[in-house]
Design a protein around this ligand. Structure first.
Ligand code: SAH
Ligand code: SF4
Ligand code: F3S
Length: 440
């Protein structure tokens, strides 16, 4: 029996697909890369923007004939889209051949739902409003070696006015520190060499603990001193909660890459306020100064959004000037997408598609130019990279500060090792190099 999982969305979902895989393997299924070979196809969906929803509809829809011709195949859909009851109803109506629907809060019950379906052959649709208790961590099947994603918290309390995440992921719940440390220790002992701690706003880790000294900074310190050479990354830091103590810890430990993803969204105070981000452009720039002070060789990345309701040309130009002033090492750029049920959806002054499209093109062109200039600065230098992926005749990995590097080699044993690579050419987002030696 084979399973095939299609994942949309962020690292949180990527990791949850590993938890889905874990449950399916426990039931005796093995992974297949070919949909046509699968006995169960799972779609782990995202609803952050409308285009993520369209993609899922398109890809699930393609399986209609396959499902009709293969009565035994199970089609299951879960994730952030189905956690929204309205979207789940819509999906049932439009794609009635779906057999199982589950949400983010009952993800760890998925294995049981599959068993139920196999016993009854009746559709199993179940989406919980919230978890009955803290999410259970279940068997995880990872095939991301040497990288491993580790949840430190779930949910979000911030209610940025454009964002659907708080509605589909619930309130912030932090995992006990001892449990996280145990998981990381085990992963390191197994040979994993890049650990990414996951949370929508990692800086508020531990805020929900009663009588506990646990916070994100001491979690990072506890993990950074584990006796292995490895990379301890984290995602995502909300600028309103980024503390100087964290910059100090990042600067202090070799195991923590000098890379910070600090999404600003907009350069205009007017828009930041309407987004409910709770910081100003000036606050953000001060945080960048703090980062510079403690992490001299830092790389900074961001998320930038255009076309939020009422965004004027002036507001947009402030995002452009901010991107120019900061010179992000890289940035994810998004067009605002209306999410039903959020505060911004009901705001006046939605921006027309043509204006949004013009703005995103300008912003992307600017960021591409900056990213390429920064990439060019690497040429001629020798950098340490963690080898993370095999490609035909080449290996790929990242520099400490997150730049992708590809170098030709037939030595696939390098996977999971730290190596030195001399950079010979660059593109906007990546670098090409030559193998120099394995790091000591
Ligand atoms: N918790 C993280 C981000 C999660 S979503 C944080 O706060 O940084 C990732 C990014 O998607 C956001 O930073 C934002 O730029 C973008 N995004 C979220 N909702 C969006 C929407 N409705 N339209 C367009 N982009 C959106
Ligand atoms: Fe969404 Fe804001 Fe929470 Fe990030 S912090 S997940 S953007 S509500
Ligand atoms: Fe992530 Fe998309 Fe959900 S970005 S949290 S999978 S809505």
């Amino acid at each position: 029996m084979y399973y095939h999982i299609k994942t949309y969305g962020c690292a949180m979902n990527v990791h949850e697909s590993e938890k889905i895989a874990g449950q399916l393997e426990k039931l005796g299924y093995s992974e297949t890369a070919e949909v046509e070979k699968a006995d169960i196809v799972v779609f782990n969906t995202c609803t952050i923007r409308e285009n993520a929803v369209h993609k899922a509809y398109g890809n699930i829809g393609k399986l209609k004939t396959y499902r009709q011709e293969n009565k035994k195949v199970i089609i299951a859909v879960g994730g952030c889209m189905t956690q929204d009851k309205e979207q789940a109803e819509d999906l049932k109506k439009k794609l009635p051949f779906i057999d199982i629907i589950f949400g983010t809060h009952n993800l760890t019950e998925f294995g049981e739902m599959v068993k139920e379906y196999n016993n009854s052959h009746k559709k199993v649709f179940e989406v919980w409003d919230s978890e009955k208790d803290m999410p259970k961590e279940n068997e995880v099947t990872r095939n991301s070696f040497p990288n491993a994603l580790v949840n430190i918290m779930y949910g979000c309390n911030n209610y940025c006015t454009y964002c659907i995440v708080p509605y589909v992921r619930g309130r912030e719940r932090s995992r006990p520190q001892a449990e996280i440390v145990e998981e990381v220790k085990n992963l390191l002992a197994e040979g994993y060499r890049e650990i990414t701690l996951l949370g929508q706003n990692v800086n508020s880790y531990g805020n929900d603990f009663e009588n506990s000294e646990s916070n994100f900074v001491n979690l990072m310190e506890t993990l950074a001193v584990l006796p292995y050479k490895y990379r301890l990354r984290f995602m995502t830091s909300h600028p309103k909660d980024f503390k100087e103590e964290l910059a100090i810890v990042v600067g202090k430990y070799d195991n923590i890459p000098k890379y910070i993803h600090l999404p600003i969204q907009s350069g205009s105070n007017n828009i930041l306020e309407k987004m409910n981000r709770k910081y100003t452009r000036e606050d953000y720039l001060k945080t960048v100064e703090i980062i510079k002070k403690h992490i001299p060789n830092y790389a900074l990345s961001s998320d930038l959004m255009v076309g939020f309701p009422q965004e004027t040309e002036e507001d947009f130009n402030e995002t452009m000037s901010l991107a120019e002033e900061i010179r992000y090492s890289s940035a994810f750029t998004f067009i605002y997408s209306v999410r039903h049920g959020t505060v911004a959806a009901d705001m006046e002054g939605h921006i027309d598609e043509e204006t949004k499209s013009k703005r995103i093109q300008k912003l992307v062109a600017l960021q591409n130019k900056i990213s390429k200039e920064i990439s060019d600065e690497y040429i001629g230098g020798i950098y340490e990279i963690l080898v993370e992926e095999k490609k035909e005749g080449a290996m790929c990995g990242k520099t400490d500060n997150g730049r992708l590097v590809k170098f030709p080699t037939e030595n696939y044993d390098l996977l999971g090792k730290f190596v030195k690579v001399k950079i010979i050419s660059s593109t906007i987002s990546g670098l090409k190099g030559e193998f120099v030696e394995i790091s000591k």
